[in-house]
Design a protein around this ligand. Structure first.
Ligand code: GUN
Length: 284
């Protein structure tokens, strides 16, 4: 028996269609068009690829994307001034500052400078706090997107044991909260976890967000589990692979995301959803 594939590409395409329709309706009702500012600082090549794809998505659904490509030499004050300007701009409903930022910039201070109402990444402490408290707010794109992927499976989350591997601010921590809010029993594992294999073996839902090739051997997976692989690791031959050893895991899992084409497309589609939501909250 092989796992069923969770087709992130197809699910994301459906979300983009829905958003495009909503934008067309807003246009014909003379409502504001969602405006997303995408800020890239420096020349990180992976970031440049992600940002290019995010901008292309905006164009496809009819958003107004505002591009800000700044040199590595950009100072904290200059970036702060740009964020202030975008916060005050009524045509901008979402602000995305691509991470990582160059070392000389205090990224947390920049995140906290963004108006929480325009924080479409869901990284501002106010939005993270709202997630903790189960209050409505802008939710971090990758974990929110994973919840959408799970809705496209027959996984019963209530009471399921979900194991998250990774404790980053962008994925692991908000992921654990999302799953807890969906009434899973949640275990968070990280680099100091003892007996990782035992934890993985308990997982009805496994979310791997470590960033290391084949970190989880396929034969650790609980038979029938739903496996969400957030890892995107480039091999020397240029191929992209996840954190879970895919061939082995496919033999045991019930549902599994491919890499690429699983979580990545949902992260981007969720950014569009968040931007539309921010627009509705700000302008109606
Ligand atoms: N870097 C890696 N993932 C993300 C993301 O979701 N948002 C931003 N702003 N930067 C990232």
């Amino acid at each position: 028996m092989g796992a069923q594939i969770i087709d992130g590409k197809a699910i994301a395409a459906g979300i983009r269609d829905t958003i495009q329709t909503a934008v067309t309706e807003r246009r014909s009702n003379n409502q504001s068009i969602p405006g997303l500012a995408v800020v890239l600082v420096g020349d990180n090549s992976a970031s440049a690829v992600y940002v290019r794809m995010k901008r292309r998505d905006c164009e496809q659904v009819g958003f107004a994307a505002q591009d800000h490509d700044l040199p590595t030499s950009t100072t904290q004050d200059e970036l702060t001034a740009l964020v202030d300007e975008l916060n005050a701009d009524p045509a901008i409903h979402g602000i995305l500052v691509q991470l990582p930022l160059p070392d000389h910039i205090d990224a947390q201070a920049i995140i906290e400078r963004i108006d929480p109402a325009k924080d479409v990444d869901g990284f501002h402490p106010q939005n993270v706090g709202r997630l903790v408290l189960r209050l409505p707010g802008l939710r971090s794109c990758t974990p929110h997107g994973v919840m959408t992927l799970l809705e496209h499976t027959d996984t019963d989350l209530v009471g399921a044991h979900a194991v998250v591997i990774g404790q980053s601010n962008i994925v692991g921590r908000p992921m654990a909260l999302e799953l807890l809010n969906a009434r899973c029993t949640v275990t968070v594992c990280h680099s100091r976890t003892r007996d990782l294999q035992d934890q993985v073996a308990q997982a009805d839902v496994l979310v791997a967000a470590v960033g290391r090739t084949a970190f989880i051997p396929g034969d650790w997976i609980k038979p029938g589990a739903t496996v969400i692989d957030v890892g995107i690791n480039r091999q020397e031959d240029g191929r992209l692979v996840g954190d879970v050893e895919a061939d082995g895991a496919m033999q045991r899992a019930g549902w599994m995301t491919p890499v690429p084409g699983g979580v990545g497309p949902l992260t981007r589609a969720t950014l569009l959803e968040n931007t539309l939501e921010a627009t509705r909250q700000l302008d109606g």
